[in-house]
Design a binder for this molecule. Structure first.
Ligand SMILES: C[S@@+](CC[C@H](N)C(=O)[O-])C[C@H]1O[C@@H](n2cnc3c(N)ncnc32)[C@H](O)[C@@H]1O
Length: 231
């Protein structure tokens, strides 16, 4: 594996020794913590580097995301926001996750990596979103769930002209078709759809970029309502 060279080739980013060390510490911490707390089923070093770290960075060519505020919904063990923060230290990151064990892991991780400006919210996204409207420049979601639901959660938290980046697997296209109404009703507009393959046959991915055009009040609704009557 030549992670540094693959990042340079794919994203035109030359990782410093310090950044490489942060990824290495991230890997070690994830594996050590995973022995007592279930964080990921992917544990082989090369798999973690490509299926988690590299994959988290695939949005870089499509979004101008070097600084500003980013909210990562359902970040789990920190994807995509922590790899992005290692590359772009100026980003102000807020992570929302309802699983306390993941928030606890992340709080130890950011301390050990020595990264600042990461705010960890142990809360349900839709509750956080009701109280934090028009707040972020970017919202990300990777492997979080149904595109219609995550659109309703994400767009209200964006500032007007902010961007929602939804990171999906190989079946993203069908989900996007289902989410067209949700995008429109929450004041968003699909700007770009990207379909890509990870290196070394690690799989297909899709990334959708949705810009907020208007702020519409009343979203996100209560979770049960979102499930019962998807937009
Ligand atoms: C499948 S994991 C994906 C984690 C990570 N984004 C990744 O790409 O590996 C989904 C995460 O979202 C969190 N989650 C799911 N629904 C949520 C909600 N409504 N509010 C807060 N967290 C939620 C779960 O606790 C879990 O950590």
């Amino acid at each position: 594996m030549d992670f540094k060279e693959d990042i340079r080739k794919s994203f035109n980013i030359l990782l410093s020794d310090e950044q490489l060390l942060k990824f290495s510490k991230y890997y070690d911490k994830l594996i050590e913590y995973n022995t007592h707390t279930n964080l990921t089923t992917i544990t082989e070093k090369e798999d973690v580097y490509y299926k988690h770290f590299y994959d988290s960075l695939t949005l870089i060519p499509f979004v101008n995301i070097k600084d500003g505020s980013l909210c990562d919904m359902g970040s789990g063990a920190g994807f995509p926001s922590i790899p992005l923060k290692i590359i772009f230290p100026e980003l102000k990151v807020t992570i929302i996750d309802s699983a306390n064990k993941r928030i606890k892991f992340l709080s130890e991780l950011v301390e050990e990596l020595g990264i600042d400006n990461v705010n960890l919210a142990h809360q349900r996204i839709e509750e956080y979103g009701q109280n934090n409207q028009e707040k972020f420049d970017y919202v990300t979601a990777r492997a979080l769930g149904n595109m219609t639901l995550i659109t309703e959660m994400a767009i209200p938290m964006l500032k007007v002209n902010g961007e929602f980046i939804a990171m999906k697997g190989s079946k993203g296209k069908e989900e996007l078709t289902d989410a067209k109404q949700a995008i429109q009703k929450t004041g968003g507009k699909l700007i770009n759809s990207m379909y890509l393959e990870l290196p070394n046959d690690y799989g297909e991915r899709s990334i959708f970029l949705i810009r907020k055009i208007n702020h519409i009040n009343g979203y996100p609704r209560e979770y049960q309502q979102m499930l019962k009557k998807p937009l």
